[in-house]
Ligand binder design. Structure first.
Ligand code: CTP
Length: 437
């Protein structure tokens, strides 16, 4: 019996796939189809595959062409599979010519001509052509964000509202809408990404939602809980998505870390300590506004938002400008702390202590691609690494698009967490339980 093997993602299975599978089958008597696992796709840079692994497997099964379906999970697996199943022919489409010649050592390699005019990427792009406008003056952040849209099907950044166009990249300068008038931008887009000053967020979000536009907004969404709640209610009323932008939440390593904790790997969590600092020479330093939401994220996501009390210790550089803030939280069965600074430097790590072991995320933990689960018995220690591309922005955009187009809530940050972050900002501004040093 001549065994043939082929691999693919098979997102929104189309006739290009079917033609390939038919010809692959005709190369032998028995066809094995490898369907790529979601994680493996991410490692390969295909981050916005829309269908789940199960849906994709079902679609391949429904063609009736595969005698066996396997899941491709790791780099180098093809060699293992060829040996394990005694494969005679490996085949893929001509878009891969030369790429798999290294398999010739193990079996015959055949590149079949790719069907012109169709691909999963095109189907994904046609399904959701959502336009986005970006709002903000910070050139570094805007340039970084704008660069990411090419990785995400279904959303296209088409304009900017800024007072700082000279400092923006050439790509931004070439967008079709350039304006310093927010309303002009809003009229022409389906969604906005807001990275303006936090005190401007409320009005800007409200305007957008009232016009039926979806909003992705840098954190903190507002400086008080009531306003934030009002905006979430408005979003619901208008059928729009309002999503807080904290890219760390969308990093694979960080979200896996949360799952490990929830599944009890370190026992009961007793403390969460997060530090985020930088040294900036700005006159205006607002450590808590700039770093706070990020540092608060693991605390509220792991321990919840129902703390018993919290206490701020702050150093103000000048009126209202904190260059150092520490917050201590007391929970019924746990404690937590954040340390944020824009004028003091400390190790930017995240440590989560539990009754069985602890999780250590080295600095800078907010760009997490790696963490360790450590135990008293060191032989049980485990290290985890997950590739992080684009600092998580592209994953955040994928989640935003998915929330909008599929109507299902793909947000990784619960609204309760967003509200708790706003409340933390509000109490700080009102000096509730705040000691100055
Ligand atoms: N394929 C093909 N003709 C097409 C599209 C895909 O022959 N028009 C082949 C590929 O060469 C590969 C297999 O089908 O051998 C699975 O491809 P996959 O990457 O899943 O599909 P694409 O449509 O190429 O996906 P994408 O647009 O995400 O790259």
């Amino acid at each position: 019996m001549r065994k043939v093997i082929t691999y693919g993602t098979y997102d929104f299975l189309h006739y290009g796939h079917i033609r390939l599978l038919e010809r692959a089958k005709a190369l032998g008597d028995y066809l094995i189809v490898g369907v790529t696992a979601d994680d493996f796709d991410k490692v390969r840079g295909k981050i916005n595959v829309q269908q789940t692994l199960v849906e994709r497997i079902e679609a391949v099964k429904a063609t009736g062409l595969a005698d066996k379906i396997i899941v491709e999970e790791y780099e180098g697996q093809k060699i293992d599979d060829i040996k394990r199943y005694g494969v005679d022919v490996f085949t893929v489409g001509s878009d891969w010519v030369g790429k798999f010649d290294y398999l010739k050592e193990y079996c015959e390699v055949v590149y079949l001509e790719r069907t012109e005019g169709i691909s999963s990427s095109e189907i994904r792009a046609q399904k959701r052509a959502l336009s986005m406008g970006i709002v903000g003056d910070d050139a570094i952040s805007m340039n970084k964000f704008q660069k990411e849209d090419i990785y995400v099907n279904g959303i296209e950044i088409i304009g900017i509202c800024t007072n700082n166009i000279e400092k923006m990249s050439d790509k931004i300068k070439n967008l079709s809408i350039i304006t310093d008038d927010y309303k002009t931008l809003l009229d022409k887009v389906d969604s906005v990404y807001i990275y303006s000053k936090p005190e401007e967020h409320y009005e800007q979000i409200k305007m957008a939602l009232n016009q039926g536009k979806h909003v992705l907004c840098e954190s903190p969404i507002t400086m008080n809980k009531k306003q934030c709640k009002e905006l979430f209610d408005l979003a619901e009323e208008k059928g729009c998505i309002l999503m807080e932008a904290i890219r760390t939440a969308y990093a694979t390593a960080y979200s896996r870390l949360l799952l490990l904790i929830k599944s009890g790997r370190i026992g009961n969590v007793v403390s969460v300590d997060a530090t985020c600092t930088s040294l900036r020479n700005n006159e205006v330093t607002t450590s808590l506004v700039n770093w706070g939401p990020l540092a608060l994220l693991p605390i509220y996501q792991i321990l919840g938002c129902n703390y018993k009390s919290k206490r701020y210790i702050t150093h103000f550089k000048s009126e209202g400008n904190d260059d150092f803030t520490k917050i201590d939280f007391l929970y019924p069965n746990a404690t937590a702390s954040i340390k944020v600074a824009e004028g003091v430097k400390a190790e930017g790590e995240l440590v989560i202590a539990g009754t069985k072991g602890y999780i250590y995320v080295p600095a800078p933990w907010w760009k997490t691609d790696y963490f360790e689960v450590r135990y008293e018995n060191q032989t049980l220690n485990r290290r985890y690494f997950y590739q992080l591309d684009g600092e998580g922005i592209r994953y955040e955009l994928v989640a935003f698009v998915r929330s909008i187009t599929e109507g299902k809530n793909a947000k990784y940050i619960d609204d309760k967490v967003t509200l708790a972050i706003c409340k933390t900002m509000e109490d700080f501004e009102n000096h509730v339980n705040l000691s100055e040093i």
